[in-house]
Write a protein that binds this ligand. Structure first.
Ligand code: ADP
Ligand code: MG
Length: 231
C-alpha cells in the first residue's frame, strides 16, 4: 500500500466578495487524501463542498492556503500546466450534468479521451465501450443526451470522467439524481476504480447510506471542518 497523498490541502481559505462586504465560504481547511482512497465530502447544502471541490479541481483559487496535487503545488503552475493537469489527470462529475448535447453517449466519452491526448484507434474505442458498459449503458451508446433520462446522462458523465484513467476523480453529488440502487452501484463503481486502478476519488454526498463506502469522510459545517471523535 502506498501512502502518498495525491490531494493535499493546507490552510485553505476562500472569501467571496459579495455586495456590501465579503463572505467566507471556507475557513482553514486541511485535507490529505492518500492515493487510491475513496474520500467522501459531506455537509449540508451551503457548507462549502462545491467551493472546495472547485479549488481542488483547479477551477477556482483559494484566497489563501495551498493545494498540492500529486505533490505539486497548483498555485505555482501556469494556466496551461493547470489545464493539462485537469484534462489528463482529473475526471470531473458535476452536479448538473454537462454532456455536449450534439454528441451521443459514445462521442461524449470519446471527446474527453481526445482532450486527454489519447490517440484515436481500436484501443480508445474499446475503452469507451468498456466504460459505458461499466455504468450499465451498453445499450445506450448511440443515444443523444436528449434521448436519455437524467440518471442515464449522469452515468454517461461518470463514464466520461473515468475513461482516460485519471489519477483523481472529483465527483460533486454524482448520485443526487439517481435512485438508491443506482446510487449505491455508482459509489461501488468509484470504489472499484479506486482499488483496481489506484485512482483517488473525492465525492460529495449527503446520502448517509453511502458514507460507509468511503475510506475516509471529511465533513464541513458552514465552511469549517468538523472533527469528530471516532464513535
Ligand atoms: N461565487 C460566489 N460568490 C459568493 N458566494 C458564493 C459563491 N460561491 C459560493 N458561495 C457561497 O458559499 C457557500 C458555500 O457554497 P457551496 O460551496 O456551493 O456549498 P455546497 O456545495 O456545500 O452546497 C454558500 O453560502 C454559497 O452561497
Ligand atoms: Mg454543492
Amino acid at each position: 500500500m502506498s501512502s502518498k497523498n495525491v490531494i493535499e490541502v493546507k490552510g485553505v481559505n476562500r472569501i467571496f466578495p459579495v455586495p456590501g462586504g465579503e463572505f467566507q465560504a471556507l475557513t482553514d481547511i486541511n485535507v490529505e487524501i492518500p492515493e487510491g482512497n475513496l474520500a467522501i465530502l459531506k455537509g449540508r447544502s451551503g457548507s462549502g463542498k462545491t467551493t472546495l471541490m472547485n479549488i481542488i479541481g483547479t477551477l477556482d483559487k483559494p484566497t489563501s492556503g495551498i493545494v498540492k496535487i500529486d505533490g505539486k503545488e497548483i498555485g505555482d503552475m501556469s494556466d496551461i500546466a493547470r489545464e493539462n493537469l485537469r484534462r489528463r489527470d482529473m475526471g470531473f462529475v458535476f452536479q448538473a450534468v454537462s454532456l455536449i448535447p450534439t454528441m451521443n453517449a459514445f462521442q461524449n466519452v470519446e471527446f474527453s479521451m481526445r482532450l486527454a491526448g489519447i490517440k484515436a484507434g481500436r484501443e480508445r474505442d474499446k475503452r469507451v465501450e468498456e466504460c459505458l458498459k461499466l455504468v450499465g449503458l451498453g445499450n445506450r451508446m448511440h443515444h443523444m443526451p436528449a434521448e436519455m433520462s437524467g440518471g442515464e446522462q449522469q452515468r454517461v458523465a461518470i463514464a466520461r470522467a473515468i475513461a482516460h484513467r485519471p489519477k483523481i476523480i472529483l465527483a460533486d453529488e454524482p448520485t443526487a439524481e439517481l435512485d438508491s440502487a443506482m446510487a449505491a452501484q455508482v459509489t461501488a463503481l468509484f470504489k472499484e476504480m479506486s482499488r483496481r486502478e489506484q485512482i483517488t476519488v473525492l465525492m460529495t454526498t449527503h446520502d448517509v447510506g453511502l458514507m460507509d463506502a468511503g475510506d475516509m469522510v471529511i465533513e464541513l459545517e458552514s465552511g469549517m471542518q468538523v472533527h469528530r471523535e471516532e464513535e
